[in-house]
Design a protein around this ligand. Structure first.
Ligand SMILES: Cc1cc2nc3c(=O)[nH]c(=O)nc-3n(C[C@H](O)[C@H](O)[C@H](O)COP(=O)(O)O)c2cc1C
Length: 322
């Protein structure tokens, strides 16, 4: 399949792995790229540009295919503004295929990245943000509906409505995320105006992902009704309903200090819980897509099955017109 997304990144399948803090390491990133998609490293899990550079080189030792880096730009206790700047500089130096920005707009680095041949994309949850990033000179927009894992924008618009509206409002390539797991998702996204899809939770439940099997098997067992939006007073997130989310909801109801809420959802706890396989140990920011993930598979199987199914689905639907 050839789309503006495959052409933009020089990949075989229009499938991108979304950034996932603590989850997307060099091995998972390389496995997605080797399978024909665009793998991803998440910069914010490293504490310096140098560490990110080492991880990028680790990916390059595993694959010569294109891959990207997610930079989640936000006010952070862990990462200084200087380190964020180093992340962009390292990506330009290493000529990664794409930088996926989320959070604040990355205005200063676009000329440097373009001069190095690096594409820059931004994850948005609203038409107004898509229009803004096109004006800023971004190469593509990632449209994230409220179904997505991580931090959906509190406009709370579903992918099925947001995606066609963004596709009609910008002329840069459009990537759909939130609820994407297979060939049916890709077919629907293409019909709604996307040039490709981004999947995150789907790749977490892959054989190459390092997290404990308990977590992957949990994803397979969970349903679409098992997540909820939470953290309404800080940065809205979608997570699996467990005792940690219950505690956060309680803190918010009681008007707790923001620092207490931030402590309850700390990334350190998430890393530990992903390592131990403790489903009650942290806030797990999975998407509603968990309801359609029924098997742990290799990244190659995820991508091959998606591409076979999208072809079958589009042909079947086209036949309805005869
Ligand atoms: C465990 C997890 C961690 C995530 N961490 C980040 C992150 O650090 N930065 C970011 O921009 N998005 C993050 N996301 C959001 C994904 O990149 C993607 O937008 C979203 O999960 C897509 O929905 P899906 O998981 O249903 O495919 C995360 C998602 C998950 C599941």
């Amino acid at each position: 399949m050839k789309t503006r997304v495959t052409e933009l990144f020089g990949i075989e399948a229009p499938i991108i792995c979304g950034g996932m803090l603590w989850v997307t390491d060099a091995k998972l990133c390389a496995a997605v790229s080797e399978a024909g998609g665009l793998g991803c490293l998440t910069a914010d899990q490293y504490t310096s540009g140098r560490e990110l550079q080492d991880a990028i080189r680790e990916v390059k030792a595993l694959t010569d295919k294109p891959f990207g880096v997610n930079i989640t730009l936000m006010k952070s206790f862990r990462i200084t503004q200087e380190t964020f700047m180093d992340f962009f500089k390292v990506c330009a130096e290493e000529k990664v295929a794409n930088i996926e920005v989320s959070g604040l707009f990355a205005t200063d680095f676009i000329p440097l990245l373009h001069a190095a041949g690096v594409r820059i994309t931004h994850k948005v949850g609203a038409v107004r943000h898509a229009v803004k990033i096109e004006k800023l000179g971004y190469d593509a927009v990632i449209v994230a509906g409220v179904e997505e894992g991580g931090h959906p924008l509190s406009d709370n618009v579903a992918t099925s409505v947001l995606l066609p509206k963004v596709a009609e409002s910008v002329s840069i390539p459009v990537i759909a995320t939130g609820g994407m797991v297979d060939g049916k998702s890709l077919a629907a996204a293409l019909c709604l105006g996307a040039d490709g899809i981004m999947m995150a939770t789907r790749f977490l439940a892959s054989e190459e992902c390092w997290v404990h099997d308990n977590i992957k098997n949990w994803i397979v067992a969970l349903n679409e009704t098992d997540t909820e939006l939470f953290c309404h007073t800080t940065l809205q997130a979608r997570g699996v309903k467990n005792s940690v989310l219950q505690k956060v909801n309680e803190l918010e109801r009681n008007g707790a200090d923001q620092s207490e809420i931030v402590r309850a959802v700390s990334g350190k706890k998430l890393r530990q819980a992903l390592t131990d396989g403790d489903t009650e140990g942290a806030a797990f920011l999975f998407g509603q897509s968990i309801g359609r993930i029924r098997e742990v598979k290799s990244c190659k199987a995820i991508i091959d099955d998606t591409m076979a199914e999208v072809a079958a689905t589009l042909c079947e639907k086209a036949a309805l017109m005869n």
